[in-house]
Write a protein that binds this ligand. Structure first.
Ligand code: GLA
Length: 391
């Protein structure tokens, strides 16, 4: 991370120049231990912020322009603050959306210079998008002293993705980006937005991510379709109990009773979500009991549900999970994030990690003829201000 910080600060010097008034912010990627596609159904999730992160350097301008430089893409973008529109370029929208949402809240956002970059792999399912949105929102909030609360930054990040980028995402990624803590996983109740930390510091266990190289091209259209299917299921169930607001209010039994009233595909989607919520609660109990075997079992079940019921997995992801399950020392494995590519998350006994990494890389190469990234991640705090280093 320090390496990235230095790189981004020197890129800032090169592109923008020396600025006394500036903020430097670290904004991490995330993993999700369990609870996939439950957040927008007002359910439960169990993510954590990690050691892969973006660094932002942001300083104010007086000419009403916004200048963005994405160091990893070596690409830049400029726009006057008063005429912000969606751009076909793609990446600037994640920043522009934040400015738009702040303006809607009534904040007087000024022009600024922004240089950012880091080591969160793009499209790997670690939510680099929330890291951009929340890191930038956090930086502007500090720079211009807006006094926006952490919870409002979370909601603002989510709205900017919903309204400006066009993905109808839930709140998990932005939430854990801001509220994540060192060595803890975060259980979020996505209805009440209450949350609870669980220590997840185990010297004998590691969280290992195995990437597929498939970028999640299908993800956004299919994601929005899954949301609609869940809503269609809720509408059927509301005919019987008007108080039902989301799949969070539905028991497996009640859903089954009304199975014949919905399209089979809608039933399958709903059944997955209802079961996944149950698995998150069970997994949290397992954490209380220190029972990581049972926790790992929930992860495997989650994957089966995502593959067969929610149908957001891919042959490569299934292959990685199946391979992992046959390797000694693996307690659990599943696809992570929206799906259709990205990576798997694996819970592995520390003493088996080296062998696991080698074996998984070897098997993936044998299957696809290509190399993939496999790496151990560590849980680190959510978005924070970094102290300025005066040169
Ligand atoms: C993406 C979204 C999240 C969540 C996950 C699936 O990461 O941004 O809100 O829905 O997919 O669990």
């Amino acid at each position: 991370m320090n390496g990235h910080r230095t790189d981004i600060e020197s890129t800032f010097l090169e592109k923008v120049g020396k600025r006394r008034e500036r903020v430097v912010v670290r904004s991490p990627g995330r993993v999700n231990l369990i609870g996939e596609h439950t957040d927008y159904n007002e359910g439960f999730v169990l993510p954590a912020s990690v050691d892969k992160a973006l660094v932002f350097v942001v300083s104010p301008r007086t000419d009403g322009m916004c200048y963005f430089y994405a160091a990893d893409l070596r690409d830049e973008f400029s726009v006057p603050i008063f005429s912000i529109e969606r751009t076909r370029k793609g990446w600037p929208n994640y920043l522009l959306g934040v400015i738009e949402e702040m303006k809607k809240m009534g904040f007087d956002v000024h022009g600024c210079d922004v240089v950012f970059g880091g080591d969160i792999p793009i499209g790997a399912g670690m939510s680099s998008s929330a890291a951009v949105e929340c890191g930038f929102a956090f930086a502007l909030n500090r720079l211009f002293d807006f006094g926006i609360s952490r919870m409002d930054l979370v909601k603002l990040g989510q709205r900017s993705e919903n309204n400006f980028v066009g993905l109808n995402c839930g709140i998990m990624d932005q939430f854990v980006n801001i509220f994540g803590e060192d060595k803890k996983v975060l259980k979020i109740d996505c209805r009440s937005l209450s949350y609870e930390y669980f220590p997840f510091e185990r010297n004998d266990l590691a969280i290992v991510l195995c990437e597929t190289e498939a970028k999640r091209s299908l993800a956004s259209s299919e994601y929005n379709i899954r949301r609609q299917q869940c809503e269609a299921g809720v509408r059927v169930l509301q005919n019987h109990r008007a108080e039902i607001r989301s799949l969070r209010d539905v028991s497996p039994e009640f859903l089954k009773e009304h199975r014949d009233e919905m399209e089979p595909i809608v039933f399958r989607r709903c059944a997955y979500v209802v079961e996944e919520n149950g698995r998150v609660l069970k997994a949290c109990e397992d954490l209380h009991q220190n029972d990581f075997r049972s926790f790992g079992e929930q992860m495997y079940r989650s994957h089966s549900g995502l593959r067969d019921g929610y149908q957001v997995s891919s042959p490569d992801l299934d292959f990685l999970v199946e391979s992992a399950s046959s390797i000694d020392g693996v307690l659990g494995a599943r696809m992570m994030g929206a799906g259709f590519g990205g990576c798997t998350i694996n819970l592995v006994e520390r003493e088996s990690v080296d062998a696991f990494v080698d074996e998984m890389k070897g098997r993936y190469r044998q299957r696809t003829g290509r190399a993939n990234n496999v790496y151990v991640t560590h849980i680190q705090s959510g978005t924070r201000l970094l102290p300025l280093i005066e040169s």
